[in-house]
Design a protein around this ligand. Structure first.
Ligand code: SF4
Length: 137
């Protein structure tokens, strides 16, 4: 089984209440081997919700609210599901503060993007789950 960011398969779980459907991920979904997960919803955040970014190890919304705890909770719940079903790989949404593999937004940086992982992606990687970016499909 392969874990997948739920917004990539058409679930309207992104911060703006919309999905981020990805044609190739949708094709893979039809194999029946993908498990869609939204760690931000699993952490108890509402949809729609304020967009957020990682800033110096914390996750802060555009209105300045610290939501790190919810992001960490959702990441842990997502990891639990991955382990329960034996996922060894995850296909994740690029540049998300939760799911982002290798690059995430950071407005404090001149390029707005920094080399780092989202909270969920980082936890999966630490637990030896292979991360695949939607950008690499
Ligand atoms: S947390 Fe992940 S699955 Fe949920 S909307 Fe953001 S990128 Fe998609």
């Amino acid at each position: 089984m392969i874990l997948v960011s739920a917004c990539l398969v058409g679930v309207n779980c992104a911060f703006d209440g919309r999905s981020r459907s990805h044609r190739k991920v949708l094709e893979l979904m039809r194999t029946g081997k993908l498990i869609p997960i939204c760690p931000e919803q699993l952490g108890g955040l509402p949809t729609p919700r304020d967009s957020a970014e990682q800033i110096k190890g914390k996750v802060i919304t555009r209105n300045g609210k610290d939501v790190t705890e919810k992001y960490v909770l959702g990441a842990n719940e997502g990891l639990l599901i991955a382990q329960l079903v034996g996922c060894k790989k995850a296909i994740l949404k690029a540049r998300s503060p939760s799911c982002g593999p290798e690059q995430i937004y950071d407005k404090t940086c001149p390029t707005s993007l920094i080399k780092d992982y989202g909270v969920f992606a980082k936890l999966l990687k630490k637990n030896n789950i292979e991360i695949i970016s939607e950008d690499d499909l």
